[in-house]
Write a protein that binds this ligand. Structure first.
Ligand code: E4P
Length: 222
């Protein structure tokens, strides 16, 4: 199972990379907005420069999302984003226009991540259009009292039935149990906020055991 970090914050990306568990990065316009100091001075070129900086920290897929709605515009922007670095994956929304753009990119050797996926049929369409990755948003489904991880289970089963090569990224992860369930279901990837990555390492018995070991070790003279 691969771990991506779901952030545009360079400090968080560097810290997660230092742990040795990071396989890639996902960003979206909201995550980019969070790292912008003064929005009046932030340009599209600044966005591209930021994606380039991420690509120099992590040697793995880096999703950069298109910021337009029409297929032709997504294609133009996506081609530009893909030119930033060979590891850039163009993130397209799962809409009719997004599918057209995904199909175009797939036929032209540009990798894509179908985002904002909330149903098994959307995931099926993403795979058929040739998306390299599909991102079901589990946390946002949980937020509306719908079982997000049940969607992942359906997608993993459907892709397995037909041998689709599209990799399933469990997205909108909110807590460690999402990661456990994703792993149990055989999802290819979880894209995880930095805070949750740190939580994965925590266990109260580890803390208690470590305290006892440190206390006992203190009797040794160094
Ligand atoms: C996925 O690629 C998205 O960036 C992300 O997981 C969305 O998560 P949110 O629902 O916490 O915004």
């Amino acid at each position: 199972m691969k771990f991506f970090i779901d952030t545009a914050n360079l400090d968080e990306i560097r810290s997660a990379a230092e742990l040795g568990v990071l396989d890639g990065v996902t960003t979206n316009p909201s995550l980019i907005a969070r790292i912008v100091g003064d929005p009046s001075n932030f340009t599209y070129n600044d966005f591209k420069a930021h994606i380039a900086r991420i690509c120099h920290i992590v040697d793995g897929p880096v999703s950069a999302e298109v910021t337009c709605l029409k297929a032709e515009e997504m294609i133009a922007e996506g081609e530009d984003l893909a030119s930033i670095h060979e590891n850039v994956v163009v993130k397209c929304p799962l809409t009719i226009d997004g599918l057209k753009a995904i199909k175009h990119f797939s036929a032209n050797g540009i990798r894509t991540n179908a985002t904002l996926v909330f149903s098994p049929n959307q995931a099926l369409l993403a795979a058929k259009a040739g998306a390299d990755y599909v991102s079901p948003f589990v946390g946002r489904l949980d937020d509306i009292s719908t079982d997000g991880m049940a969607l992942v289970e359906q997608i993993v089963a459907i892709y397995g039935n037909y041998g689709f090569m599209t990799e399933v990224i469990v997205a909108s992860v909110r807590h460690p149990q999402h990661v456990v369930t994703a792993a149990m279901m055989g999802a290819d990837i979880a894209t995880i906020p930095y805070g949750v990555i740190k939580q994965l390492a925590n266990h109260p018995l580890t803390d208690a055991g470590l305290k006892k070991f440190m206390d006992d070790a203190a009797v040794m003279k160094k």
